[in-house]
Design a protein around this ligand. Structure first.
Ligand SMILES: Cc1cc2nc3c(=O)[nH]c(=O)nc-3n(C[C@H](O)[C@H](O)[C@H](O)COP(=O)(O)OP(=O)(O)OC[C@H]3O[C@@H](n4cnc5c(N)ncnc54)[C@H](O)[C@@H]3O)c2cc1C
Length: 362
C-alpha cells in the first residue's frame, strides 16, 4: 500500500465513502477508518428512510437533489409516511404544512385505512407524504466503497487517526502507519470536532445526540409490512416496518460525547408507551435494540467546505439525522468544492445556499 496521497478522507461511513468515491476518479485518495470495517458507527444504525420533507433547508435541497441517484441506482423502495397531530401538536402540524412540498392532509378515517391500529381519538389531523421511501443503506454504502476501490482508492481500516501535522501538506499519524497527503477531508461523524482539533482548528461545537431504536414483533394476522412509516408530527415517537418486524423509536435526541452508542432502556420504554397511546396494540417484548449518534452543528445544518484558517482542511460533518438521504448530493457537492470546482447546478437549483453550510459561520 502507498503512503503518499493527494487526499486522505478520515472516516468510512456514508459521508467518507461517498465523497472518496468521487474524489478517487481524478485524485490519489485514501480513507482512514478507525474501526475494522466501514459503517460500524452511525451509518450502520439508521432508520433507512428517504424523506424529502425532513430536515432544515440545506438538507431539503440536498435530499431532493439526491432523488435521481437513489432512483436510478435502485436504492429505494417506496413507503409512504403518515404523520399525526394529537391535540397538543396542532401548531407543529401547521409549521410542517407551511414548508412541505407534495404532502397532503387526509381525513382521519383515510389515515386509519392506511394504518389500521390507529387509536380512535388520538389524532386530530393527519398528513400523508407519498414521496418517501426505504433506502437500502448497505447497498448504497457498498456501491460507493466498490466505486472507490475500482478507481484505485485505498481503504485503511483499523487505522484510527491519532495526530495530524501540517508541514507543507499533511502528515497523518494513524495507529498503524504514517501517511502523507495535501488535503484532509474530515468525515469523522461524531468525532468530527476531535479531528478538527487535531488539525489545530477550534471546535465548532458539534453535538452528537443519541437516538434509540427497538425491534418488536408486528401484530399477528395483519399485513403490517405494507404500513407507512408513522409518527407524531412533534417527533416524540415513530414506527416503521422493516425486515418482517416493526422498528419503534422514541425519537430521542440526548446530548452525549462521541462513543460506541447503545439504546437507553428507560428512554425506549417511554417511547414505546407514547407509541401505545397512539395505537390499539400492545408491545409485549422488545426483541433487540440499538442506539446511534446523530451529530449536529449548533444551527442544525451540515458543515461543508474548506477551513479558511487551516490550509488544506476540508469539513464534511454535521449531517444530523439526514446523512443517508442527503449523501448522493452532498458527496457530489463536497467533491466539487474539494477540487475547487463550481457546485453542481442541479443541487444549487434546489435552493441550496452555500453560506448556510460553510464552516466560516463558526
Ligand atoms: C437511530 C438513527 C436513525 C437514523 N435514521 C436516518 C434516516 O432514516 N435517514 C437518514 O438519512 N439518516 C438517518 N440517520 C442519520 C445518518 O445515519 C447519519 O447522518 C449518517 O450515517 C452519518 O454518516 P457519517 O459518515 O457522517 O458518520 P459515521 O457513519 O459515524 O462515520 C464516521 C466514521 O468516522 C470514523 N472515525 C471517527 N474518528 C476517526 C479517527 N480519528 N480516525 C479514523 N476514523 C475515524 C468512525 O469510526 C466512523 O466509521 C439516523 C441516525 C440514527 C442514529
Amino acid at each position: 500500500m502507498n503512503t503518499e496521497f493527494d487526499i486522505i478522507v478520515i472516516g468510512a461511513g456514508i459521508a467518507g465513502a461517498s465523497v472518496a468515491a468521487h474524489l478517487a476518479e481524478t485524485r490519489r485518495t485514501a480513507i482512514c477508518e478507525m474501526e475494522d470495517r466501514p459503517g460500524y458507527h452511525t451509518t450502520g444504525r439508521s432508520a433507512a428512510a428517504y424523506e424529502p420533507n425532513y430536515g432544515p433547508p440545506p438538507i431539503l435541497a440536498l435530499t431532493r437533489a439526491a432523488g435521481a441517484h437513489f432512483r436510478q441506482g435502485g436504492f429505494l423502495t417506496p413507503r409512504e409516511t403518515l404523520f399525526f397531530a394529537p391535540e397538543s401538536q396542532e401548531e407543529a402540524f401547521e409549521r410542517l404544512m407551511a414548508i412541505q412540498k407534495g404532502m397532503v392532509e387526509i381525513p382521519i378515517a383515510a389515515a386509519k385505512e392506511k394504518f389500521p391500529p390507529l387509536r380512535d381519538g388520538y389524532a386530530r389531523r393527519a398528513v400523508l407524504d407519498g414521496g418517501t421511501a426505504d433506502i437500502d443503506v448497505d447497498l448504497l454504502h457498498q456501491s460507493y466503497l466498490k466505486l472507490f476501490r475500482q478507481r484505485g482508492g485505498e481503504i485503511h481500516c483499523d487505522h484510527a487517526v491519532t495526530a495530524l501535522e501540517r508541514n507543507g501538506g499533511w502528515t497523518v499519524h494513524t495507529k498503524g502507519k504514517t501517511l502523507r497527503a495535501q488535503i484532509i477531508v474530515d468525515a469523522a461523524g461524531a468525532w468530527g470536532d476531535a479531528v478538527a482539533e487535531m488539525a489545530g482548528r477550534k471546535r465548532i461545537g458539534l453535538q452528537p445526540k443519541r437516538r434509540s431504536m427497538a425491534v418488536v414483533q408486528g401484530p399477528e394476522n395483519q399485513d403490517f409490512m405494507s404500513w407507512p412509516l408513522v409518527g407524531d408530527v412533534g417527533e416524540t415517537w415513530y414506527c416503521k416496518p422493516q425486515s418482517g418486524k416493526l422498528l419503534i423509536s422514541p425519537a430521542d435526541a440526548t446530548p452525549v460525547d462521541p462513543h460506541d452508542a447503545y439504546a437507553d432502556d428507560l428512554t425506549l420504554a417511554e417511547g414505546i408507551a407514547r407509541f401505545e397511546e397512539a395505537v390499539d396494540y400492545a408491545v409485549t417484548r422488545v426483541e433487540r435494540s440499538w442506539g446511534g449518534l446523530r451529530s449536529f452543528a449548533p444551527d442544525g445544518c451540515p458543515v461543508v467546505g474548506y477551513d479558511a484558517r487551516v490550509d488544506g482542511f476540508f469539513w464534511l460533518i454535521g449531517q444530523g439525522g439526514y446523512g443517508i438521504q442527503s449523501s448522493p448530493a452532498l458527496s457530489r457537492l463536497a467533491a466539487a468544492l474539494v477540487m475547487g470546482q463550481a457546485p453542481p447546478a442541479d443541487i444549487m437549483d434546489e435552493g441550496l445556499v452555500l453560506a448556510d453550510i460553510s464552516p466560516e459561520r463558526f
